[in-house]
Design a protein around this ligand. Structure first.
Ligand code: ACO
Length: 456
């Protein structure tokens, strides 16, 4: 079975000797090993688009993509599940459980066995790709393969072709076996590849013809659809295909891709330490207990927050200026916006809003049975009944702004969920105008008109 490989390798050896290059067969291109390069004729085409045809097996029933999660590319790096995953894989590397090797078809029997295993993974994971084509490229001595070995078993890899003169590599195939996907191996593999080709092969760019299903993965690895590399470097080398996307990743000389998450973690710790030095935001005081037992109106009001609530002073909190408006609502005696006066005014507003002919959509909470997706769209719902409950608790609305904000949110929710031409949308607009008018009619900023509060 290995005759084919041997004959390929022998030819290759001959060529290399002729070119006076190092014998590439002797060692695997592990990270420690010396750089090996091959001459590529300019008329040779790359294997571009190879994976394009086959990468429909991307999810394999095992892949769950969470669109809300943050990117792990350079730009959007966060230290979260990605860094934790990476730490776990580093530990596997340290324990010798996980290994990365760069090999090619060089006649070494072990390499051939590994390449067959990798070829099988590609065939399975890229089911639309002709198997012969995969075999041809994986065993083409001009192609290199970075293997991911877990307990000495190949669980994935990347086959790529270096274009030495252009300092650019074309990724032909990239896959992780189905039962090992979404565990971070794909990311670690790409990071090792970047580090290896940058350090050992003097490459400055990776380029690939990504299957549309895999564009998300490549984007997270820092590949972009904008090709900034000079056209003459890749046009004519990378064959273009319809239905896939050519993507590029520029390699930064000063970045250690393998240590990247570790470095980010260290930077984050450093920034956090500095923030802790300069602020008190990390100091957490025990919560207030006074509200626990409920109680009668006014009982829990805090008259001197700065001395009663720990941390306020440290946070440089200042009591807000007293309200500049006064209430001109009947029964609000001196018009000063005390809690009692405010609640009288708010109750009258709720009562009058309820009687308005456009209030019917807002009286109570939207029924989930009747509008199943409402609460998926509206994340912070409210209605007049809920506002009334808050009002009746007598502890909730301590300013008129809080009360008006709940109404405002109610109208905005309605306009968010409903289309402009619906009755609901129009009701929201009309009722809001009515609400605003009633609030405006109940307050004045000309304090003297408000009553005798100035004599208090
Ligand atoms: N589309 C969108 N996002 C993806 C995809 C995808 N197809 N695959 C992985 N991701 C995301 C992951 O959710 C993860 O996101 P997160 O960091 O925000 O959590 C991130 O990319 C990396 O995930 P890993 O666990 O590191 O990747 P994994 O080990 O699963 O390997 C790979 C990714 C190689 C694409 C694997 O899923 C696979 O073998 N797929 C089938 C073959 C394939 O499509 N190969 C690429 C074809 S194109 C080409 O070879 C040039």
């Amino acid at each position: 079975m290995f005759d084919f490989f041997k004959s390929e390798t022998n030819n290759n050896n001959e060529n290399n000797k002729k070119r006076g290059r190092e014998n590439e067969n002797e060692n695997e291109n592990t990270f420690e090993n010396k750089k090996t390069k091959m001459e590529i004729k300019t008329e040779d085409f790359g294997s571009g688009g190879a994976a394009l045809l086959g990468a429909t097996n991307g999810m394999n029933g095992a892949m769950v993509i969470n669109p809300g999660e943050k990117s792990n590319t350079l730009g959007g790096q966060t230290v979260g599940h990605y860094a934790n995953r990476d730490m776990h894989l580093r530990k596997q590397e340290e324990d010798g459980e996980l290994q990365w090797k760069v090999i090619k078809n060089d006649g070494n029997e072990q390499h051939s066995i590994w390449l067959i295993a990798l070829k099988n993974i590609f065939s399975k994971q890229l089911p639309n790709m002709p198997k012969e084509y995969i075999v041809r490229l994986v065993f083409d001595p001009r192609h290199h393969s970075m293997l991911c070995l877990k307990n000495d078993v190949v669980i994935g890899g990347i086959t790529y072709r270096p274009f030495w003169r252009q300092n650019m590599c074309e990724i032909a195939f990239c896959a992780i076996s189905a039962n090992e996907q979404v565990k971070g191996y794909g990311t670690r593999l790409m990071n090792h590849l970047k580090e290896y080709v940058k350090e050992e092969e003097d490459m400055t760019h990776l380029i690939t013809f990504a299957d549309n299903n895999a564009v998300g993965y490549f984007s997270k690895q820092g590949f972009t659809k904008d090709i900034v590399m000079e056209r003459e470097k890749w046009v004519g080398y990378i064959k273009e295909y319809d239905g896939g996307t050519i993507m590029e990743c520029a390699l930064e000389a000063q970045i250690s891709y393998v240590d990247f998450p570790k470095n980010i973690r260290a930077q984050r710790e450093c920034v956090e330490a500095k923030v802790r030095e300069m602020t008190t935001a990390h100091v957490v005081y025990p919560g207030l207990t006074r509200f626990k037992d409920g109680g009668e109106f006014g009982k829990h009001r805090i008259t001197d927050p700065l001395s009663t609530i720990k941390g306020l002073k440290e946070a440089k909190w200042k009591a807000p200026d007293p309200p500049r408006y006064r209430l001109v609502h009947p029964g609000c005696v001196d018009g000063y916006p005390t809690i009692e006066n405010l609640h009288k005014f708010m109750r009258s507003i709720v009562a009058i809003v309820k009687t308005h002919p456009d209030s019917w959509p807002f009286i109570s909470a939207v029924n989930k049975e009747e509008v199943p997706d409402y609460y998926e769209v509206v994340k912070d719902p409210t209605d007049i009944e809920s506002v009334s409950e808050r009002l009746e608790s007598e502890n909730y609305y301590v300013t008129l702004e809080m009360f008006a904000a709940d109404f405002k949110r109610m109208f905005e929710n309605c306009r968010l969920y409903n289309a402009v031409d619906t009755i609901y949308y129009k009701c929201a607009n009309r009722l809001e105008l009515f609400f605003d008018a009633k609030i405006a009619a109940g307050i004045t900023f000309k304090v003297r008109e408000a009553g005798s509060y100035l004599n208090r």
